[in-house]
Write a protein that binds this ligand. Structure first.
Ligand code: AMP
Length: 585
């Protein structure tokens, strides 16, 4: 069906940041964006933590709440910019005291607790590299990421450590320091220290060392179709994009009460759950609890959230409860709502207008892009179902690719691969130790996103699908290879092929097809055993929800499992080109 455009919202107070998209897109320069930030005093470079905290802590807004933490058990704790400056200084000093070198990697495996935020910003302050792990990962994904990243420090809780890290600790020889968080931080775990003990003893003054704009700052893991997870490298200069995209795509202003519901274990939760709102002088709401519709509406109401950044899966879960539920809450403080991570159905955009009185602004980006690249802006009419238009400073195109040649498709409404002109500040600078994989992401000066999309005649981009086999489940990117590898560890499994199966709420759910070794019976008991094994190894966020036994899996003549064929068969779609199929003639 055709969806009517939604006129830009008339009721918002003040002018949207991006007053006239066309003018700004034309006149924009990254140098001017950079000039909105301070840089380190004395021209000593640019450091994310300075822009996010210290410069505010030294100014008139030092006492403004930087982070308001809502704990699972109903506690609220506010951290002002000044306090956060002190806490992160303590952490940076503590790390320096541990003898860390510049560029060493500091990982977190934590729920959304204040120590996660202190670790992120304190590590950046000290010139160390911050890498967050999603706390719902199981031991396998944790071990893979920590060994690829060469984790030297891990900040976690005793419970998470025991359940998820201890089983793989012997495979992490580079891990030197485990810092434990929480009331039982003094628990007896060999070689571990208490976070509070360590930071409490450190000074709350720290001078950020000179930081080159190209110094590595963040390491975010993402998945491809094959091989191990990839560590996408981001540098301190990325803060220029975090800052300006927050203003333009999220309409962020100083003093906003901003709630990004993404977990910092994923890139959105760091770029926009920590950095962007703080550089812009907003107050960040952090909710430790998981999704619950009533709770979420309650948070929006009680905290008087003004700008809300969420995800299509959450929107769809809220939609299931209808438009009446939000109407019981006073959401009058809300000014701007946006979402990211997976396609937002047009119904979701329209539901926003009915239920919240505001449309939901979809935007698009990836771990590799570091920040929002395509968005629906406050100042622009929304075409429901579209991702919007490129950020000022970003050139996006649709191309046709054959081997190494790239042909830009000028014709509107034509499907092709979405590409971005390389060179914006938050572009990833490499996949850690995988030069070849990085190089393959570029052709002719374009960054190849791996997404299929089209552009209409007015420059709005529309998402079509992925060009590869990665799975997006509840907004989380899952590499099928990682799931297949874990299944293959089970004694009964001869072959495994994993696909994303369309799901009305979470977008895609992980489904595995398994062929058994001789002597094993494909029954419910074995299915349960496999599901349990996968959950234990991979964690609930990554493990398959469904397993189907097959006598054998379709493979190419070179032995590669044809996931596309499994998917086509699952969905009853045409099988496409099967000429490379092992048993085809
Ligand atoms: P990640 O690197 O985990 O952030 O995942 C990035 C991928 O999520 C993109 O390449 C898209 O496939 C998908 N994605 C992100 N935002 C959107 C969106 N607004 N619409 C459709 N797909 C999206």
């Amino acid at each position: 069906m055709d969806w009517k455009p939604i006129k830009k919202h008339p009721g918002s107070e003040g002018e949207p940041r991006l007053a006239a998209y066309g003018d700004l897109a034309r006149d924009f320069s990254w140098n001017a964006a950079r000039a909105e930030l301070d840089g380190l005093p004395g021209g000593r470079g640019i450091n994310i933590a300075h822009e996010a905290i210290d410069r505010h802590a030294a100014g008139p807004h030092a006492d403004r709440t930087a982070i308001r933490w809502l704990s699972k058990n109903g506690l609220t704790r506010d951290f002002s910019y000044a306090e956060l400056a002190g806490l992160t200084a303590r952490f940076a000093n503590a790390l320096t005291g541990l003898g860390l070198d510049r560029g060493d990697r500091v990982f977190t495996l934590l729920g959304r607790v204040p120590e996660l935020y202190v670790t992120a910003l304190g590590s950046l302050k000290g010139g160390y590299v911050f890498s967050p792990l999603f706390s719902a990962f199981g031991p396998e994904p944790i071990q893979a990421r920590m060994s690829i990243g060469g984790a030297k420090v891990l900040v976690t809780t005793p419970q998470l450590y025991r359940r998820k890290v201890a089983p793989v600790r012997s495979a992490l020889p580079e891990l030197e320091h485990v810092l434990l968080v929480g009331e039982d931080e003094r628990e007896d775990i060999e070689g571990a220290a208490g976070f509070e003990d360590l930071t409490g003893a450190a000074s709350d003054r720290f001078e950020i060392p000179p930081t080159d704009p190209e110094d590595m700052a963040l390491l975010h893991f993402t998945s491809g179709t094959t091989g191990r997870p990839k560590g996408a490298i981001h540098v301190h200069q990325a803060v220029v994009a975090h800052h300006i995209t927050g203003q333009y795509a999220l309409d962020l202003r100083a003093g906003d009460i901003f709630w990004c519901t993404a977990d910092p274990g994923w890139v959105t939760g760091t770029s926009y759950g920590i950095i962007s709102p703080l550089t812009n002088g907003a107050t960040v709401i952090v909710d430790e609890e998981e999704f619950d519709a009533e709770r979420w509406y309650g948070v929006l109401q009680a905290q008087r959230v003004t700008v809300w950044y969420t995800a299509p899966t959450a929107v769809r879960m809220l939609m299931k409860l209808g438009v009446e539920a939000p109407r019981r809450f006073d959401l009058s403080a809300l000014r701007f709502v946006s979402s990211v991570g997976e396609p937002l159905n047009p119904e979701g955009v329209v539901w926003g207008v009915e239920a919240l009185g505001l449309p939901i602004h979809d935007n698009w980006w990836q771990t590799e892009t570091g920040g929002i690249m395509i968005a629906n802006y406050a100042s622009m009419d929304i075409r429901p179902g579209s991702m919007g238009r490129p950020m000022p400073g970003i050139e996006a195109a649709i191309i046709e690719r054959t081997d190494d040649t790239v042909k830009v498709i000028d014709e509107p409404d034509t499907d092709g691969e979405l590409v971005l002109k390389a060179g914006w500040p938050s572009m990833f600078r490499g996949y850690l130790d995988e030069e070849e994989r990085y190089r393959k992401c570029f052709a002719d000066g374009w960054y190849l996103t791996g997404d299929l999309a089209r552009r209409d005649k007015d420059g709005y981009f529309w998402f079509v699908g992925r060009a590869d086999d990665v799975i997006k489940s509840a907004g989380h990117l899952i590499g099928p290879f990682e799931v297949e590898s874990a299944l293959m560890e089970h004694e009964a499994v001869a072959e495994a092929g994993v696909i994303g199966k369309p799901d009305p709420v979470i977008g895609e759910s992980v489904k595995a097809f398994v062929a058994l070794k001789p002597g094993f019976t494909p029954d419910d008991a074995l299915r349960r055993s496999l599901l349990g094994h996968a959950r234990k190894r991979l964690g609930a966020a990554v493990a398959p929800r469904e397993i189907e036994f097959l006598p054998g899996l379709p493979k190419t003549r070179s032995g590669k499992i044809m996931r596309r064929l499994l998917k086509a068969r699952e969905l009853g779609l045409p099988e496409g080109d099967t000429s490379t199929l092992e048993n085809s003639q």
